[in-house]
Design a protein. Structure first.
Length: 291
């Protein structure tokens, strides 16, 4: 399988050649294809490492890798679990049901352990840091309050659905910890979603067998729209906070201007009617006496 992967990762020969048809491949497209080839090369190195790990220690290796994947370390489960379904189930003569059960169980255990670590990091480390230094990255107290309300309403579903989404599943636990949603409910829904995800991937690896890389190739395009959606959300968040900052400065500036205008008006009154402060003071004393 390593030879097949290496063949897929070879950079197209026309990228480095100047031909009469080079205008068909603009520079941006050429850079994109090179970047994609580099990412696949990195993934190939991960495959070699996982292959050696699973051959050495088997299912505990799956637990360890899935723990890292759910603790904000992006090791694609779309590689780990199909490889396990092939090497640890199909290649050993076990059944498809065992791929679903063992893959789902061991994968979900690893995901849950990693999620607990990431949740703790968000709850006991991330929250205090954001409350103190969040303003430097456009995270204010009102943002944390909104996150708390959102997770209080949708936290269970967020924990479940995020486990079925590439990229998102790796990082959802940290903000859940920052929002401090109910820990045990979060673990239950995380385990359930992770079991489904890992079981399906392991079953796919069992079905494809030694050609399991085709499953990853089929899933890879789905990473792009998810990444674009995340980037768009971050961009909108930054834009909204920049606009809020401008409005806040305008309000503060307006109040300061009103204060300066009032001080200037008082000074003009004193200059034109120098006896007015004395009269006002006598009137105040007389009013107190009547009380």
């Amino acid at each position: 399988s390593g030879v097949a992967v290496a063949g897929l990762l070879t950079e197209p020969p026309w990228l480095g050649q100047e031909t009469g048809h080079s205008e068909r491949f603009p520079e941006k497209l050429r850079r994109y294809i090179r970047a994609e080839a580099n990412l696949q090369a990195i993934e190939h190195q991960i495959v070699e490492f996982l292959t050696h790990l699973l051959q050495t220690i088997g299912w505990p290796g799956v637990v360890a890798i899935m723990t890292l994947e759910s603790a904000n370390i992006s090791i694609p489960s779309e590689v780990t679990m199909p490889l396990a379904g092939w090497m640890l189930v199909q290649a050993r003569g076990l059944s498809a049901w065992q791929a679903i059960w063992l893959g789902g169980l061991y994968g979900a255990v690893g995901c849950t352990l990693g999620s607990a670590l990431s949740y703790a990091l968000g709850a006991w480390g991330g929250r205090p840091l954001l409350e103190r230094y969040g303003k430097w990255i456009m995270v204010h107290e009102e943002d944390l309050e909104q996150a708390d309300k959102w997770f209080a309403r949708w936290g269970d579903w967020a924990a479940f659905i995020s486990r079925l989404l590439p990229i998102v599943r790796t990082f959802i636990s940290f903000p859940a910890g920052v929002a401090k949603i109910k820990f045990w409910r979060f673990l239950v829904f995380s385990f359930t979603g992770s079991f489904i995800w890992c079981a399906l991937l392991a079953w796919g690896g069992y079905i494809f067998g030694s050609n399991w890389e085709a499953l990853r190739a089929a899933m890879r395009p789905f990473d792009i729209p998810i990444a674009i959606a995340i980037l768009a959300g971050v961009g909108y968040y930054i834009y909204r906070h920049v606009q809020k900052g401008k409005k806040r400065q305008q309000v503060v500036g307006g109040h300061a201007s009103q204060g300066r205008d009032q001080v200037g008006l008082d000074e003009q009154v004193r200059q034109r009617m120098p006896g007015l402060p004395v009269l006002a003071e006598r009137e105040a004393v007389r009013a107190d006496g009547e009380k």
